[in-house]
Design a protein around this ligand. Structure first.
Ligand SMILES: [Zn+2]
Length: 217
């Protein structure tokens, strides 16, 4: 009898130890994923800093009040994103940072268009970065992806739109997620990705022209 009770006590202890271990492993994994996501978003923030720097003098010289206003808003949104990024402790906060970056990208694209004397890109319902690579900036062109799960609206930058029109497949930005390299569109939103982890083979439809696309080409 004593042996049975003793055995049960040991079993209980072992299971308690294993629960603690599992919880610790879970916490460590969450921390690792958060660090990885933060590194990627930090890279995207850095790319935006370069873009802002490149545009600063041109906006000042242009003396266009609307361009200056959009540029100031983009810069403020960028600073806020950077601030939130460094204070983030949860994946949900990084998702907010990704949204802030998307807004700032559109404002930068609009300021740039005014400075270039080009047409202002239409403000999308939901500001979205380029589907292929968020560091390309705002997705100023509407496109669609046709997937086995149905059609979906995406946005692409002018560079990727030109590539698609020329019949070339834009290279996706590859992010490190859990030690695996995944295209930005498939990466979680907290990594500044598109959050479409199910996406494999699909067609891209731009200006009514359909082109097959897949990640493994
Ligand atoms: Zn692009």
């Amino acid at each position: 009898m004593l042996l049975v009770v003793g055995g049960l006590a040991v079993a209980g202890l072992l299971s308690a130890v294993s629960t603690v271990r599992t919880r610790q492993a879970f916490r460590a994994e969450r921390e690792r994923a958060l660090g990885e996501a933060r590194d990627e978003v930090r890279g995207q923030v850095g790319a935006m800093a370069d873009e802002i720097l490149a545009l600063t003098d041109r906006v000042a010289l242009a003396e266009d009040p609307e361009a200056a206003r959009l540029f100031a808003r983009a810069t403020a949104a960028y600073q806020q994103a950077q601030d939130h990024l460094e204070r983030s402790t949860r994946a949900a906060e990084l998702e907010d940072v990704a949204d802030e970056l998307d807004h700032a990208r559109w404002e930068l694209a609009a300021a740039q268009a005014l400075v270039d004397g080009a047409e202002l890109p239409p403000e999308p319902d939901a500001a979205r970065a380029c589907f292929f690579d968020p560091t390309h900036g705002a997705g100023t062109f509407a496109a669609e992806i046709d997937t086995p799960a149905g059609r979906r609206q995406v946005r692409v930058c002018s560079y990727c739109a030109a590539k698609l029109r020329a019949g070339t497949a834009p290279e996706p930005r590859m992010l490190s997620v859990g030690g695996r390299r995944v295209p930005a569109a498939k990466a979680p939103r907290a990594y500044g990705g598109g959050g479409m982890d199910w996406l494999e083979e699909f067609d891209v439809v731009l200006d009514g022209v359909r082109r097959p696309y897949g990640w493994r080409r």
